[in-house]
Design a protein around this ligand. Structure first.
Ligand code: ZN
Length: 196
């Protein structure tokens, strides 16, 4: 096999969910692609790496720092909703019902995957509590074992700080991810949140 082909297969294989067979298929697809299309794809990959960064406050992905939510004047700065992934922020924003700020952990505590608290943006979350106006933290982890364990861990850290800690109401499909919940279900889960 020509070296450039082997190299591309190798690189694609490193992506999540891409096995060796899929990496080969994608590579042969890319080889047949018009030059211009391939260039557009390569440039899109470089552009996200160059222009997209993490908000230094909420850790969400953004192309401006602080991000648009953290910088907005009409958001409730006293309310922080903690989520696992940037996609969860998008899902909650789609409801148009939430007017507070966010904090993105970038994962959950998962001993099986070797992810511990130190691998998540938990220190950054605690940093936001210091001398701040935050009066409530909503733990909006996915309704599964790892989400539950992460929420319990955060609850233990946050409650001694004198901040109200709440959880989303039950009603999200168990095992289902927040990002797939429809706006109505998410709005109801937010409105029915209860003290943890
Ligand atoms: Zn932000």
């Amino acid at each position: 096999m020509a070296a450039p082909i082997a190299r591309l297969i190798d690189e694609l294989h490193k992506l999540p969910g891409i096995g060796p067979k899929t990496a080969q298929r994608l590579t042969y697809h890319l080889i047949r692609m018009p030059q211009e299309e391939a260039r557009t794809l390569a440039e899109a990959i470089l552009a996200v790496k160059e222009k997209v960064t993490f908000c230094s406050t909420c850790q969400n992905i953004t192309d401006v720092n602080p991000c648009m939510v953290c910088a907005a004047q009409d958001r409730d700065k006293g309310l922080i909703c903690v989520v696992e992934e940037p996609l969860d922020v998008m899902a909650l924003e789609r409801t148009r019902a939430y007017k507070g700020l966010y904090h993105v952990l970038h994962g959950v505590i998962s001993p099986i995957n070797g992810t511990g608290p130190d691998d998540l943006k938990i220190g950054e979350l605690l940093g936001r509590m210091k001398g701040s106006v935050v009066h409530e933290v909503i733990l909006a982890m996915n309704p599964n074992l790892e989400g539950e364990a992460t929420a319990m861990y955060l609850h233990r850290l946050l409650s001694p700080l004198g901040v109200k800690v709440t959880r989303l109401a039950r009603g999200l499909p168990v095992g289902g991810d927040l990002e797939y919940a429809d706006a109505m279900t998410l709005t109801r889960a937010l409105e029915g949140r209860r003290e943890a």
